[in-house]
Write a protein that binds this ligand. Sequence first.
Ligand SMILES: *[C@@H]1O[C@H](CO)[C@@H](O)[C@H](O)[C@H]1NC(C)=O
Length: 311
Amino acid sequence: MNKSNYSPVSEFVLLGLSTYRPVQHFLLAFSAVFYVTIVLGNLLVVFAVTFDPFLHSPMYFLLANLSFIDLCFSTLTVPKMIHNLYSGYKTISFQGCVMQIFALHVLGGSEMVLLIAMALDRYVAICKPLHYLTIMSPQMCILLLSGAWVIGLIHAVVQVAFVVHLPFCGPNEIDSFYCDLPWFIKLACTDTYRMEFMVTANSGFISMGTFFLLLISYIFILVTVWKRSSGGLSKAFSTLSAHITVVVLFFGPCIFVYVWPFPVPVDKFLAVLDFMITPILNPIIYTLRNKDMKMAMKRLSSQFLSLRMIS
Ligand SMILES: *[C@@H]1O[C@H](CO)[C@@H](O)[C@H](O)[C@H]1NC(C)=O
């Protein structure tokens, strides 16, 4: 590399999903509506689980934690995207970009481990119902949750440590609405082959590994239920199909973005699934389809109303 005309890049330009004005207006409206729904829906789940004693069970604690992570996950990218669409201002500082990558990988890594914990929870509840409360004890929940955050953190530190010192001197346009490793690495003015390999090996392996682990555990649960009685199958299937939908929608884009060796134009559209669609699905699936949750919402709203009458 020629060091003499090396001018370090201090900011990146996020090209966003589209540069066509009418499409941008549509995206602005679409993402604003989705983001508000994500915030309200996930906060509702967190509040319901925190304040309703009937929802104090391992499954709902894990679910509330998932909602919390989903909320943070969209908040990392969507408000920035809305702001950029609204103002036409498209830059992000170098530090901002690295911090976004770091936080995305902490949250993404934790979410993957949390989904495994939720599958474990369903396995114990369906296949070993008599031991459910002893196995999924509060200590176990805390252990699973701390495990999720620690693994997410280690994963992100390892990824970012590799790329944070890359030299940037040339083009600084990122063909997406947020910063992530595949685009970031591509812009470095050095031979990035080994970095790309590292991303595929680390993020790609984690997403694929978790995905297959989850699919296998869901199949295992279904087969166990099916062997025992055919009657329970439809109920187990309706619970698990919700989980499986989320898992496929969440991991599909991750696998595509990280395992495919080069950034391709569809990556950024697939990422919309992760930042805007799955974070909405969790509250919808668990609140609209779940009787306990619906009861909790009723109790919560009547408590809220009586509080307002008192004050
Ligand atoms: C996450 O789970 C823990 C332990 O099970 C629980 O105490 C905590 O309230 C949950 N967090 C949220 C945001 O609901």
